[in-house]
Design a protein around this ligand. Sequence first.
Ligand code: PLP
Length: 400
Amino acid sequence: MPSISQRSSGLGTENAFVVLAEVSELQRQGKDILSFCIGQPDFPTPENIQQAGIEAIKAGKHGYTPSAGIVEVREAICGYLNQTRGTSFEANDIVVGAGAKPFIMYSILATTDFGKNDEVIYPNPGFPIYESQIKANGAVPVPIQLREARGFSFDPNELNEKITDRTKLIILNSPQNPTGGIVPKKDLQVIVDILKEHPNIWIFSDEIYSQLCYEESFTSLASFPEILDRTIVCDGASKTWAMTGWRLGFAANRALAPVFTKWVTNTESCASQISQWAGVEAFSGDQSGATFMREKFLERRALIVGLLNDVPGVTCLSPGGGFYAWPNVTEACEMIGVKDSEEFRKRLLNETGVAVLADIHFGPRVPGDGQHVRFSYAASNENITAGISRMKDFIIRNKR
Ligand SMILES: Cc1ncc(COP(=O)(O)O)c(C=O)c1O
């Protein structure tokens, strides 16, 4: 048998998919599972966007498109970006692809060279694909710790300390997966001032949860003219418009747009044409579907945070954005005698049918910050109430 490359064997994954396999197996055995694992809205794509997709199919929009995307969707994205970020992007600055995810890889490929010790700074805990893609593309991963005491943001001084003359790219994500933390406005100018001192570093701003920002109005790094030319804004249709399966995302950066376009030509060719036409409606059409979902997430955030804080041994900060809660379960683990959040997660799943992810699925635990699990509250009020009630009973029942 020929060997498999080290690069492929070492590839990371999204452990959400591993836990989902466990959940499916338990469901197959007839167990009643309440799942809080999956990071996608539990709503259908809004009707007007579905209709735009159907019309595209019926109108014969079935072929390849230019790799950067049809001009109509890139113009719609410009309108959306310029309105929500105060930027002045033009259609040629935008490249669309099969989700926001591919642009993580394209950005690493566009800014680092394989095996040259180029460093990429990224958040920990964080979306697991960052570290996986940094390593797979021969760069050096440099995590920056998100701390509970800072509302799951990082200390800008720590960012400054991590920067070396080998740093090529900094990945930031706000609102954040998995913690729901946001980089507070008061830190943004400090961060920009640090970045101004390092004009050779690119910034990847993962803004996929930008429209689900609750504590403060959303501020993009791209709204700071000092760093605009080297900031890659990445966003997409998945979370805001409940379109995860349509696979439509984009990156905006004037200098890198032609480079991203070449990477798309070399990989996906183009995003699905049908999804691009649906995207025109998502980014520029009637927004009542997105507004409705946002209101529901806000309501559920209050519900889940209130309920979690009523569970013995559990404390939960109110997440600034997204649809994730990241409760601290350190004391609960001690109370029931499990060694860590992963054992807690497994017992919670097997003994009560409540499926969550553990902190270690998003990188090594932050020293001194204890044990956490992630709940996605893209779930109904009934399921949230029932799930947390099961968790509470589980802890009370097993208390030593
Ligand atoms: C932080 C973050 N970035 C990017 C993505 C990818 O989204 P998409 O579906 O657009 O590829 C996700 C999806 O979970 C995410 O959480």
